[in-house]
Design a protein around this ligand. Structure first.
Ligand code: AMP
Length: 630
């Protein structure tokens, strides 16, 4: 396949190109409408087709003779557990679980919140919801009760599925008390909480509606896959926006299934029977697209790894998994490799393992620094592929097509070329294309290909306002960067108040709300500072109320604790520095864009609207002194 021809074909005739991909999946009823525009100016692909995503991931694989193939290899160094689950076994577990959920009154269109660690039961839960046509909303286990409560109130689930605990290295984190607290905080009350008891920690099932994972399945009638429309929602996944209210990104069934099949084969170069490892968590979009749905719908064996890249038991954990299961390709965030490199700079541990099954490694989620890229390429002697996407798109926007002959060569610092279907443009503030190598706003010309989300749960207008309004006719990714003369894309970072900590996207606005609630704080700005391991970490710049007599170190410790409790440990909010004042415009707006530049140690132009120019060097000095400018 030639990239240039395919790319041009998708550009010239998007509808024709994606009509040609319909038969990648097994529909119950093929779509007659390929592309439809909605009243909001958004798009739906394959809206009137009928299918079921759980059927595609399980039953269809079995019908093609893969019943005895392993669907999921569960590998959990933190609990000393390994399990190989075949497609037959997984289908049976999912069908029974779906039947039991139906017994609780969960039907097509009802929402189910899943708050679980990386155990295979989490995949069973997701696929069971999909089987019933009930959109699931997986919430990452690292989120605190307050964050879970916000999502419960937005998604209004009938049922919450959880486990007794998650495990961080050797520490058990009891989940049930967190869920109980979230339900206490939320206005919406689910009718049941179903708890998967793990042997290392048993939860109290003492609240009305609490059920045991296995008891509630007793006698359940296995459920067949329910036909849903191509445009019906498969899941809601919350992601951080620029405000404190997370956005419930809604993924459809039809476009998603076609896009994942296209990506698995063409972008990732994986085929049925291959062993694929998405080294992430089901709480993130990668977990949805490339731990659960993509590999299973494509007939691959998927690795489900519950652990960390290091200290499990050492920094050879990833190499051990690749060797043990014959992993053909994997995906993870660069931060994992930075952590491995820190522990084992010469990669000695990799020499203990046989890594010849590995064809290439994909990284995304945050910027891949050139030193990690070079270290990993030399160590593994396979292509290290940087590619770029986001929760909203659900699958990559730029990447070499590793499944095709002659995929485009890597270029240092670039996430490669746009994938067919994505017309990626770099626009200036007025919406004009900038010249090659000039920085601007990275946008995608509409329509975007199947699989991309087109709405926010219950808030279609918020989708339009967030993504389609700044540059009419384009989807605004929120990323900044440039394109070189050969069409390679370079992502330099977010242009909004979203930061990326270890590949996790977090809203600084959300943290600011927590910090501002401290009784001694008058105002604050939370910004992302560079971090050699995590890419970015949040730092609070805090102005104290006049006249309050407090110990600054004490305030910092209290703020760190508050963010940990109300947002979660994943925020990695560990520093708050006290400043006398924040830079503002004459109209009183905090100049966040400039603060971002200072924190990223980038040069900046003094904005003409600034109220007092002396504040910027003052803030730079304070941050330098606190060791925050790296
Ligand atoms: P998320 O929606 O959590 O997956 O985060 C998506 C954001 O992560 C993007 O908008 C980018 O800012 C960033 N990102 C993803 N992949 C890359 C990459 N390969 N290089 C640089 N930044 C990336």
């Amino acid at each position: 396949m030639s990239y240039n021809e395919e790319y041009q074909a998708a550009l010239d005739n998007p509808e024709g190109y994606w009509a040609g991909q319909v038969d990648r999946i097994q529909w119950f009823k093929k779509p007659e409408t390929i592309l439809k525009q909605t009243e909001y100016g958004t798009y739906n692909w394959y809206s009137d087709g009928e299918l079921n995503s759980s059927y595609l991931a399980l039953d269809w694989q079995i019908e093609q003779g893969r019943g005895e193939q392993v669907a999921i290899y569960y590998d959990s160094p933190v609990s000393n557990t390994k399990q190989a689950i075949t497609f037959n076994e997984l289908r049976d577990q999912v069908a029974t679980f779906a039947g039991a959920l139906r017994g609780l009154g969960v039907d097509k269109g009802d929402r189910v919140v899943i708050y679980m660690p990386m155990i295979p039961e989490a995949a069973v839960a997701m696929l069971a919801c999909a089987r019933l046509g009930a959109p699931h909303s997986v919430v990452f286990g690292g989120f605190a009760p307050n964050e879970l409560a916000i999502r419960i109130d937005d998604a209004e689930p009938k049922v919450i599925l959880t486990a007794s605990c998650g495990i961080e290295f050797d520490k058990q984190i009891a989940y049930k008390p967190l869920v109980d607290k979230a339900v206490e905080l939320s206005a919406h009350k689910p009718s049941n909480v179903v708890v998967c008891q793990r042997p290392m920690l048993q939860a109290e099932l003492d609240k009305p509606g609490d059920l045991d994972w296995y008891d509630f399945q007793q006698g359940a009638e296995p459920a067949d896959p329910v036909a849903v429309k191509g445009e019906d929602p498969l899941y809601i996944l919350y992601t951080s926006g620029t405000t404190g209210q997370p956005k419930g990104i809604v993924r459809d069934n039809g476009g998603h299934a076609v896009a994942l099949s296209y990506a698995l084969n063409n972008v990732y170069g994986m085929n049925a029977g291959d062993v694929w490892w998405g080294a992430s968590d089901i709480g993130w979009v990668v977990g949805h697209s490339f731990i659960v749905y993509g590999p299973l719908m494509g007939g691959c064996s998927a690795i489900f790894y519950e652990g960390k890249p290091i200290k499990c038991p050492d920094a050879g954990a990833f190499w051990r998994v690749i060797d043990e299961y014959g992993v053909n390709s994997m995906f993870c965030a660069p931060t994992a490799f930075r952590a491995i490199r820190k522990e084992d700079p010469n990669g000695e541990l990799s020499k203990k393992y046989e890594l010849s099954s590995l064809k290439w490694v994909f990284v995304a989620g945050e910027k891949l620094d050139s030193s990690t890229y070079q270290w990993l390429s030399e160590l593994l002697q396979v292509p290290v592929v940087d590619h770029w996407w986001q929760t909203e798109t659900g699958w990559p926007m730029t990447s070499p097509m590793m499944g095709w002959d002659n995929p485009s060569e890597p270029r240092l610092g670039s996430t490669n070329k746009p994938i067919p279907g994505y017309d990626i443009r770099v626009l200036d503030g007025d919406g004009n294309d900038v010249e090659p190598n000039e920085s601007g706003n990275i946008c995608a010309k509409l329509p975007m290909p199947p699989g991309v989300a087109w709405t926010i749960w219950n808030k279609p207008q918020r989708f339009v306002d967030s993504y389609l309004t700044a540059f009419p006719g384009y989807y605004h990714t929120g990323d900044g960067g440039f394109k070189d003369e050969d069409g390679y894309i370079y992502i330099t970072g977010r242009t909004d108040d979203v930061i990326n900590v270890s590949g996790h996207r977090l809203s600084t606005g959300e943290m600011e709300e927590v910090v501002s609630a401290h009784p001694a704080v008058a105002e604050c700005a939370v910004i992302g500072a560079n971090d050699p391991l995590k890419g970015q970490v949040p730092v609070g710049l805090v102005v104290l109320k006049a006249g309050v007599e407090v110990d600054e170190a004490q305030v910092e410790a209290e703020l760190v604790q508050m963010v940990r409790e109300q947002v979660g440990a994943l925020a990695c909010f560990r520093r708050a520095v006290i400043v006398q004042r924040l830079p503002k415009t004459r109209s009183g707006k905090i100049l966040r864009a400039i603060l971002r530049k200072i924190a990223a140690a980038e040069s900046y132009k003094m904005p003409s609207t600034i109220d007092d120019e002396t504040i910027l060097p003052e803030i730079t000095g304070i941050m330098e002194e606190a060791g925050l400018l790296k």
